[in-house]
Design a protein around this ligand. Sequence first.
Ligand code: SAH
Length: 228
Amino acid sequence: MVREQLAGIRDPRVLQVMGEVPRHLFVDEALAGRAYGCATLPIGNGQTLSRPYTVARMTEALALTGSEEVLEIGTGSGYQTAVLARLCRRVFTVERLANLADGARQRLRHLGLHNVCYRIADGSLGWPEPRLFDRILVAAGTPVVPDNLTRQLAVGGSLLIPEGNAQSQYLIRLLRQAEDVVCREVLESCRFVPLVGEQGWAVPVKAAPSDLLRRLSGGATPSVTPCH
Ligand code: SAH
């Protein structure tokens, strides 16, 4: 996988960890044979595990040295969490869907990764308790960068987030250079599932009422709508 999927990734620590974390344990057994290929894979609840290159690219863009406290929004299967946990001091990870968070927690415990704190919450509002982080990685796309996340970024820290519409986004990196100076870089185009929450996209309308709405209005009902 490292040789075939990660061409262009230079950070040797990222390459080493990507070669060591058993990616097949983070997907359904039926998909294990595709775990090291170039595709994004379903992890349940309509969510996806990013392809290896995207995980490595985002990790590399955080420029971790090993001493950082990292906030991750969107635990999902826990694969990206496991990669981060091997490369920083502590990961604080937030997932809105309890069954995904529970699965991730079990997998990481099984792998002996104990430097991870989990929360089931709306991560668009940041870590639920006041705290500053050296790095923030958001693994879901949002129409605008949530203020709560920028506020939890320590001076000298960076925040990586896909920003755009529900179909495609640009990977944005914010660097907090001083208390009141945040600079913004646009890295590359990307495609992530939506960040669903108060400072992201509205919670999708449940199946039964949306069917009803569609029939009443005679047209299609979008499953995600911007809050902003
Ligand atoms: N990087 C993950 C995949 C992330 S998919 C992996 O390695 O498997 C994006 C995840 O973000 C999904 O699990 C989704 O449920 C979660 N998510 C979406 N909106 C969220 C929110 N507001 N707060 C926390 N998690 C959220």
